[in-house]
Design a protein around this ligand. Structure first.
Ligand SMILES: OC[C@H]1O[C@H](O[C@H]2O[C@H](CO)[C@@H](O)[C@H](O)[C@H]2O)[C@H](O)[C@@H](O)[C@@H]1O
Length: 595
């Protein structure tokens, strides 16, 4: 019953998010946090694993849908022989509880509607005990309880709560589903119209603060709203995506849990937000970071839970058949234990940008960066799992070392211009050592390209970061050669970019994957920086055309199937959409490097 990945929209309350299919089904929802167990998991299984459908009786997909203005309020409209009806879905902020609100609004005629609510806690496995209490339908399973409040009668059938009702022109019928811990009395429902008003105001006010003033404004705004929706407000942590195990290849095993905070992804997210005027989010993330990575820099993890949890043990949910039979469905992520040298560069670079955008460089923040640099000084020359989190043998990834260079480079800049005190000569020396090493071992003069790793001819789209981060100037022939080599060897027929060729057996995984959208946006930036702006713009506009009708992107796009793959919506895809738009609108500040 689940549609395509791109058939979904996202609603959320800055604690968690739900996916709503074009046919009016919520088929993914984890409560109360992004990383909680799902109570609707049919996205990754079957109808048996929980969903909530709200649609006209006998209807299929909605005829139209959109977000209300610059908000996360999703509206679906069906035109039926009986008339037209709209379903307004949202999750209110700051109510102190976690609610999904669905308001059915009659637009014309009298439309017979059906609500079908099947709660299955613990990722679709656990059938709750459902009973009536004080006018609410209450479902309890273990630690979780949800209460359904609705304005029309309900009935139970096949362990599912149904409601049949008719809505006429100008009428509304509201449903509110609220989560609470099962040891507390059932959550009281919020007032749906007031919550709608408050939610609209919250998102509209947030969007109004955006300072982006270039072309592609709607695409940029929707991406920023999506990035904001992936932040966990209580801590400032940012998840990579609200889903787990949407496959990178349909039917394959490349299925991962993204409901955690990668230092890399969240640093990039902050970069996109802070360029657009969102300094509060930058501060909140920086504070999250300091709490999460506090202690010995040797213990730095590449990712954490949304409250800074360190143990993200990976396991499989064998009762879920996977999205379109893409097994396994995983919870947790073993990449948390990997060594990925690039995160030092991404974190220190983002802290430097945050400082440039008005965040005070407090003494303890600089002290933390110094500790990270001291550790990096002895770690940068180690082989690692790299940005792509390979599950094969560690390698000397060129991109990892380029980002180690970035860490040293930004430290020098902080000491020379941004008011920090320390040892600039020490980081200058480290910067020069890394540069020499990369040029010596990571560059292939015969092909005039940098390579994915030392001693291996394979290419890697992460090399497109070389001009973006300023490791070498864009007009350096080695940079132009690398951009051209990646464009030639890693592009699909439709011009999208693969991370690397999976047939080289680098990542230790069977099967194949789609084109990686973040890398495709990086090619836009690299083409522009190397003077091929027309090509850059053409590719950018092609990428914009791949977004779904709501402006959302998954992690990857399968050009052969012509559909999105991977977790959805994915921060790592929306971030470079924003930064590439800045660059193309010439509002971006290209990074400057120092040889
Ligand atoms: O492809 C294998 C790896 O895929 C995931 O990692 C990817 O997503 C991360 C979050 O967006 C991103 O930071 C990373 O660069 C990507 O490669 C997965 O999380 C890994 O466990 C997996 O090995």
């Amino acid at each position: 019953m689940t549609g395509l990945i791109e058939d979904h929209g996202i609603i959320g309350d800055l604690h968690t998010a739900a996916l709503v299919d074009r046919d009016g089904t919520i088929d993914w929802l984890c409560l109360p946090r992004f990383d909680s167990a799902a109570c609707f998991a049919s996205l990754l299984g079957t109808a048996k694993n929980g969903f909530w459908r709200m649609a006209p009786i006998g209807a299929g997909q909605a005829d139209r849908r959109w977000y209300r203005g610059d908000t996360l309020i999703l509206e679906h409209v069906w035109d039926t022989p009986h008339g037209s009806v709209k379903v307004i879905d949202f999750m209110p902020q700051s109510t102190g509880q976690h609610d999904v609100v669905r308001i059915v609004e009659g637009l014309s005629g009298r439309v017979p509607m059906h609500s079908e609510l099947r709660l299955r806690f613990d990722y679709g496995r656990s059938v709750p005990w459902v009973h009536r209490e004080d006018g609410l339908i209450v479902g309890v399973a273990g630690p979780d309880s949800v209460a359904l409040h609705c304005e029309v009668p309900t009935y139970g059938r096949s362990l599912t709560t149904h409601s049949d009702f008719t809505v006429g022109e100008g009428e509304t019928v509201s449903f509110v589903l609220s989560w609470g811990p099962s040891h507390d009395p059932p959550s009281q429902p919020v007032d749906a119209p007031r919550a709608l008003e408050a939610t609209e105001k919250f998102w509209t006010d947030w969007a109004a603060k955006c300072t982006y003033d270039g072309p592609y404004r709607d695409a940029v705004m929707r991406s920023l709203l999506t990035l904001k929706a992936l932040t966990y407000e209580p801590t400032g942590g940012i998840v990579a995506a609200p889903t787990t195990s949407l496959p990178e290849g349909i039917g394959g095993v490349r299925n991962w849990d993204y409901r955690y905070c990668w230092l890399r992804d969240s640093a990039f997210t902050l970069d996109a937000l802070i360029r657009s005027g969102y300094v509060d989010e930058a501060r909140a993330w920086r504070d999250w970071l300091i709490r999460a990575i506090g202690g010995d820099p040797a213990d730095l993890q590449i990712m954490y839970g949304i409250s800074g949890e360190r143990r993200l043990q990976e396991y499989e949910l064998d009762w879920l058949r996977g999205y379109e039979n893409s097994r396994p469905v995983r919870v947790g992520n073993a990449a948390a234990e990997q060594l990925q040298i690039d995160v030092y560069g991404e974190v220190i670079d983002t802290l430097a940008r945050a400082h440039q955008h008005g965040l005070t460089l407090e003494r303890h923040v600089w002290a933390l960066q110094e500790k990270l640099l001291q550790h990096l000084e002895s770690a940068w020359d180690q082989p690692d799992e790299g940005i792509w989190e390979i599950r094969g043998q560690r390698r000397h990834f060129v991109h990892s070392k380029v980002m180690a260079w970035v860490a040293a480079d930004r430290a020098v800049a902080a000491l020379e211009g941004d008011g920090a005190t320390g040892q600039p000569d020490r980081w200058k020396a480290l910067r020069a050592t890394i540069m020499n090493d990369v040029v010596r071992h990571g560059y292939d003069p015969d092909r005039n390209t940098f390579t994915q790793s030392y001693g291996h001819p394979a290419l890697d789209a992460a090399l497109l970061q070389i001009p973006i981060v300023g490791f070498l100037p864009p007009d350096d022939p080695r940079v132009v050669g690398t951009v051209d080599a990646v464009a030639k060897e890693l592009c699909t027929d439709t011009g999208l970019v693969l991370r690397y060729r999976t047939e080289h057996d680098i990542d230790g995984l069977p099967g194949d994957e789609g084109a990686f959208l973040a890398c495709s946006f990086w090619l836009v930036e690299a083409l522009h920086l190397t003077g091929r702006t027309d090509r850059a713009r053409e590719l950018f506009e092609h990428l914009l055309s791949l977004r779904n009708d709501l402006g959302l992107l998954a992690e990857e796009f399968d050009p052969r199937l012509g559909r999105m793959v991977g977790n959805f919506p994915q921060a790592l895809s929306h971030i470079p959409l924003v930064t590439a738009a800045y660059l193309l609108s010439e509002m971006g500040r290209p990074a400057t490097g120092h040889a």
